[in-house]
Write a protein that binds this ligand. Structure first.
Ligand code: NAD
Ligand code: TYD
Length: 370
């Protein structure tokens, strides 16, 4: 589906300049979506401000993703290593850089990790969001807190129906429960204190720079190395896949022109069973990077025991975003997945450094151990 540029979206573009996000704090900017968002925004003609990227650099944060930006655009991009749970440090960052707006990505984001060790999810996703909100509430002339959330807060769908903004929250994993809590806090700060906020609940993203613990990059990299491809349960769980750049565009549209205090669902209009996602990756690799003996990559698929509490199906109704802000995804799954597989094939050095933990050594050397 292609987004058509209408007079209304052109007007929205104009609003951005008026909106005056001069000192935008992006949290979690060294993670997958944050990296893509910073790259997207710095290329937008309607964003003239400066980005301050606050990231704790957990295992999922890789400052090398933005090294070229740091070198080439020193006046427009600043990296600051900090924990969103550290209220004093956040206050200091707000004063030092005159922060007037926030786009909040920082989170512990992997469901499987939340099942093994939920504690960090409660700290970062709930307490961290609370600390940030407290600082924003005290800031003068504050313009916007945009909260990046997930469709997983809505729980699991049966074989039909879609999540709308009115669907009741029924989170099933410690990850989704912690994100649900943070959504409620953001909403409450709008209702109680009048903080200007917007919230977006997005479906599963894929694309460049995704850490290879999530389904798509894990399958690409394991398949390349001839390693087993673990498919949970019967492989028929459904996710609604969205190419990451489409997510970035949707967030930016909401930040510019979304109604304050409102939630917008973002989806890819691409419901696919996990096994079909994995088969697609395998078939693309058969064509783009065949094994020397031409063995099909599908031979590596292994069904493994299911994830506890595994949500069956997610699917998003994004008609509110489409109708109010004229957004729709530009990429279809076939075009987006081809770009994604190509990116991982073309960026073998990034992959090698992430897999070997070399980037962690680079972080220790450049930013000190934590
Ligand atoms: P990610 O795990 O790739 O990146 C998270 C980033 O946050 C990392 O750079 C990490 O270092 C940083 N971080 C973690 N704890 C921190 C802390 N205490 N203080 C400061 N920084 C901290 O995650 P992602 O996939 O890029 O997701 C970003 C946001 O989007 C999350 O809020 C997630 O819930 C949401 N989201 C993700 C998806 C998806 O498919 N990946 C879909 C919908 C919503
Ligand atoms: P994931 O990428 O972890 O995202 P989420 O849990 O937030 O949806 O998983 C996507 C789907 O793929 C989910 O249904 C679980 C499944 N999955 C596997 O089958 N095997 C795997 O190795 C992984 C990581 C996920």
């Amino acid at each position: 589906m292609i987004r058509s540029l209408t007079p209304q979206s052109a007007a929205a573009d104009g609003n951005a300049l008026a909106a005056g996000f001069n000192n935008l704090l992006v949290t979690g900017g060294c993670g997958f979506i944050g990296t893509n968002f910073i790259r997207y925004l710095l290329n937008r003609p309607d964003f003239k401000g400066r980005i301050i990227n606050l990231d704790k650099l957990t295992y999922a944060g890789n400052p090398e993703n933005l090294r070229d930006v740091e070198l080439n655009l020193p006046g427009r991009y600043i990296f600051h290593r900090a924990d969103v749970c550290d209220g004093e440090e956040i206050d200091a960052i707000f004063s030092r850089y005159g922060i007037d707006s926030v786009c909040h990505f920082a989170a512990e984001s992997h469901v499987d990790r939340s099942i093994r060790r939920p504690e960090g999810f409660i700290q970062t996703n709930i307490v961290g969001t609370f600390r940030l909100l407290e600082t924003c509430r005290a800031a003068e002339n504050f313009l916007l807190f945009h909260h990046v959330s997930t469709d997983e807060v809505y729980g699991s769908l049966g074989s039909d129906g879609l999540f709308t903004e009115k669907t009741a929250y029924r989170p099933n994993s410690p990850y989704s429960a912690s994100k649900a809590s943070s959504d409620h806090l953001v909403r409450a700060y709008h209702k109680t204190f009048g903080l200007p906020v917007t919230i977006s609940n997005c479906s599963n993203n894929y694309g460049p720079y995704q850490f290879p613990e999530k389904l798509i990059p894990l399958m690409i990299l394991n398949a390349r190395e001839g390693k087993p491809l673990p498919v949970y349960g019967d492989g028929r769980n459904v996710r609604d896949w969205l190419y990451v750049e489409d997510h970035c565009e949707a967030i930016w549209n909401i930040m510019k022109s979304g109604r304050r205090g409102e939630t917008y669902n973002i989806g890819g209009h691409a419901e696919i069973e996990n096994i079909d996602v994995v088969n697609t990756v395998c078939d693309l690799l058969d064509r783009m990077a065949p094994f020397p003996d031409n063995n099909p990559h599908r031979k590596l698929i292994r069904y493994v025991p299911d994830r506890p509490g595994h949500d069956r199906r997610y699917a998003i109704d994004f008609s509110k975003l489409r109708e109010e802000l004229k957004w729709a995804p530009r990429e279809s799954f076939p075009t987006g997945i081809r770009k994604t597989v190509s990116w991982y094939l073309d960026n073998s050095e990034w992959v090698a450094r992430v897999r070997s933990g070399e980037y962690q050594a680079w972080i220790d050397e450049n930013y000190g151990r934590r």
